[in-house]
Ligand binder design. Structure first.
Ligand code: CAA
Ligand code: FAD
Length: 378
């Protein structure tokens, strides 16, 4: 396997790094007050980060998954909320539309999403269907030229600010998961309302909402794929989404590590920098080791996807491992900072709170183990 990044990868990483530096401005206030980063998302659109893997003919940046991973990693080092806004939009909504949408859907929906003029959300989870995603209660009744959608979605990232929503719903309950459809809904459709914003532990400036559907009329032309393809659509899309969350987790871990490393060289106790105490050195060594292992798994999953090879198991492994590394690393980064790590100004407590969600969304760690186990046992 070839381990060098190409010139485009270096450029994108540099540009994401520069943008990420600007994210330090106001990040503590955005977290504290749960403020959505409107200005930052607009800038990401201008920089091409909102349509990274979308073909240039739909006004995307036409880059590969590895470039996308590098960008999310850099951005999440500083602000993981911005990281997930970008990830849900790019790897769930845009990837899903580009891979499985009709030409007409792509021409209509992709350009404004890929330029960041519009924002996307992906709605699979429900109050009683999180891990158990096949037990959809939201219905999409087939009424000839349109579907009538009723039900509730929970925990939807970008839920309050999106314009385009990919919604998974059950059309033929008797067919189980083979009766599920994926539909494109738009903000403002009659009967579609957004519930209140969740008050979260971490990624606080990313907005998470429930979505309520009451007799929403959705044209048949807004269905993605064949009748009954909706569950497979969600699963196939999530395979790629998990690479994005692995990159977000990797960024959170690497961001906390970089802060801890710099702090350890500066902070003195017992007449020398704490980095000269072996207990701290070993923590730093473990962090570096685990982050590098998470990085290799994540880049490999991206590489497999870019080379048209199966990547579902590898994406699950990368997401599982990187999210657990993010949790361990951020806890140790707070420890290395001592009391200072426990206050907001040093950023590591926020990264620790942000890390936790990476073990939960886009499939919990338990679900990733289930996906990996099924793959190795089949
Ligand atoms: N690709 C294609 N098809 C797949 C697939 C994949 N990766 N995984 C499953 N399928 C297919 C199966 O082949 C099966 O179809 P057939 O019967 O026709 O063969 C069908 O889907 C159902 O699969 P299972 O029988 O394996 O279903 P299950 O109920 O036992 O379990 C599961 C499936 C893997 C646990 C799944 O429900 C799952 O992934 N759950 C987690 C849900 C999740 O990740 N939600 C994330 C929401 S989005 C989000 O969180 C975004 C964010 O934060 C930003
Ligand atoms: P449950 O499924 O009820 O799980 C509870 C516990 O049981 C977990 O520990 C789980 O791992 C464990 N468990 C469940 N089943 C098994 C099993 N078979 N074996 C072993 N253990 C099991 N969803 C979307 O569709 N779109 C989004 O944009 C989105 N964004 C989110 C943003 C945030 C901030 C949050 C919190 C969630 C988001 N989600 C989104 C939902 C997320 O994907 C679900 O929360 C997640 O899949 C888990 O579902 P659940 O919360 O219902 O937990």
């Amino acid at each position: 396997m070839y381990f060098e990044l190409n010139e485009e990868h270096h450029l994108i990483r540099e540009s994401a790094r520069e943008f990420a530096r600007s994210l330090f401005d106001g990040v503590i206030e955005r977290d504290e007050k749960a403020l959505f980063p409107f200005e930052q998302v607009k800038q990401m659109g201008q920089l091409g980060f909102m349509g990274m893997m979308v073909d240039e003919r739909y006004q995307g940046a036409g880059m590969d998954t590895l470039a996308y991973v590098l960008a999310i990693e850099e951005i999440s080092k500083v602000d993981a909320s911005v990281g997930v806004i970008m990830s849900a939009h790019n790897s769930l909504v845009l990837f899903g539309l580009q891979a499985f949408g009709t030409e007409e859907q792509k021409e209509r929906f992709l350009p404004p999403l890929a330029t960041g003029e519009k924002l996307g959300a992906f709605a699979l989870s429900e109050p009683e269907a999180g891990s158990d995603a096949t037990s959809q209660h939201t219905t999409a009744q087939d009424l000839g030229d349109h579907y009538l959608v009723n039900g509730t979605k929970n925990w939807i990232t970008n839920g309050g600010n999106a314009d385009v929503y990919l919604v998974i719903a059950q059309t033929y309950p008797e067919k189980g998961h083979r009766g599920i459809n994926a539909l494109i809904l738009e903000k403002g459709m009659a009967g579609f309302t957004v519930g209140p914003k969740e008050n979260k532990l971490g990624i606080r400036s990313s907005d998470t909402h429930s979505l309520l559907f009451n007799d929403v009329k959705v044209p048949k032309s807004n269905r993605i794929g064949e009748d009954g393809f909706g569950f497979k659509f969600a699963m196939k899309t999530l395979d790629g989404g998990r690479i994005g969350i692995a990159a977000q987790a990797l960024g959170i871990a690497a961001g906390a590590y970089e802060l801890a490393l710099a702090y350890a060289k500066e902070r003195k106790t017992f007449g020398k920098p704490i980095s000269e105490h072996q207990a701290i050195q070993f923590k730093l060594a473990d962090m570096e080791l685990e982050i590098e292992a998470a990085r290799l798994l994540t880049y490999k999953a991206a590489w497999l996807k870019d080379h048209g090879k199966p990547y579902g198991k590898e994406a699950a492994m990368a997401k599982l491992f990187a999210s657990e590394v993010a949790m361990r690393t951020t806890i140790e980064a707070v420890q290395i900072h001592g009391g200072y790590g426990y206050v907001k100004e040093y950023h590591v407590e926020r990264l620790m709170r942000d890390a936790k969600i990476t073990q939960i969304y886009e499939g919990t760690s338990e679900i990733q183990r289930l996906v990996i186990a099924r793959e190795i046992l089949k």
